[in-house]
Design a protein around this ligand. Sequence first.
Ligand code: PLP
Length: 453
Amino acid sequence: MGDTVRFTLSERDIPTHWVNLMADLPPGGPPPLHPGTLQPAGPDDLAAIFPMALIEQEVSTEPLIEIPEPVRDAYRLWRPTPLHRARRLEQALDTPAHIYYKYEGTSPAGSHKPNTAVPQAYENAVAGVRRLTTETGAGQWGSSLAFACMLFGLECEVWMVGSSYDQKPYRRSMIQTWGATVHRSPSDRTAAGRAQAHHTTGSLGIAISEAVEVAAQSPDTNYALGSVLNHVLLHQTVIGQEALAQMEMAGEYPDTVIACVGGGSNFGGLTFPFLRRNIRDGATTRFIAAEPAACPTLTRGVYAYDFGDTAGLTPLMPMYTLGHDFVPPPVHAGGLRYHGDSPLVCALVKQGLVEARAYRQNETFDAAIRFARSEGVIPAPEPAHAIRAVIQEAEAAREAGEERVILFGLCGHGHFDLSAYDAYLAGSLEDPEFSEADRDAALAGLPKAPALT
Ligand SMILES: Cc1ncc(COP(=O)(O)O)c(C=O)c1O
């Protein structure tokens, strides 16, 4: 392919199935638990807020799950997304590494989130649901669900984390443009919001509690989650499947795959098809999860059962957690301010199949600026964490004098995050770090549940 920098597929190459990594993991892993009985949570426990088709995907161990035709049809609005070879970044870093990125910022909402918003809205519409509620951190997920609900004729109500609501007014406008309603969280519309009114900047955990509370109380309303759950990561595997085909077009295979982790969905989406190759075919790719030092779930959390939300309304999930009542500092990577992580990704970290690293806010923006000044794309603050890790790996390749192949997920653009870039360029961006005292305080509130080994 010579000096090609963009590898593009055609509409007919949109995957026909999602890759379910549950089929490749040892059976008998820790199940989610009902918070009252501490017994494994079954499909019935989830039926108050999710349609059965998504619950079936959540617990399925089938290796491949067919993508419904109306979902593939909607995917055609922006998929397949391009894979780029970052030749200009390679030159700027003077590295022998070959750097590739899968760019999800070309979706209508500007990130990977519509990949799951569309099938979630579709299955709810098929089940006769009238309205979906959700939370949003960076605003990427809320705008994606607003877009998907518009496609399938559903109403959509979004609780947006207070700090993001203030930092990103145009994400709100986007949500409203697609016809949805948005509230600042904590709000006075729910018991969970009123109980947390003193946490004025909000958190994803609080916003989830608000959205779940409203859905659980209204028979015609369901809840949709933008990350963490198995079915969400499943939907995102269109990213990795396309990337596999595009790496083949480039005639290379990655030695290292890197993505940022908030709840784990873009990480899982990009890596799972490659991880399946490691598990089934003996490939030896390394996987690196990049997270913020202000909310270092995978690198500093404990592996324990915890709630997915602040009010304790969700099942208990086996995951690395900083405690469900931990409210992370208002760093600009709002999508990474989550106290827990996908149980699937956590299990992979626990088994040593995935390595995790944490980065501070300023070093992350430094990486984002280097990327913008070489490749042009202004990244969202979340994938800037992945870019920080890529630069480290590319520098290590230079020191070793090795032509390593690095693939990373550029899961969204930063066009609505420019106030954060302003703060960085003005030198006024803070570097909050998670302290030992934060850790002790956060973990003191863990619910009573069986210990995990
Ligand atoms: C652009 C972007 N990247 C990453 C994330 C983190 O989520 P996940 O870890 O599920 O990909 C978010 C979440 O809102 C996001 O908006």
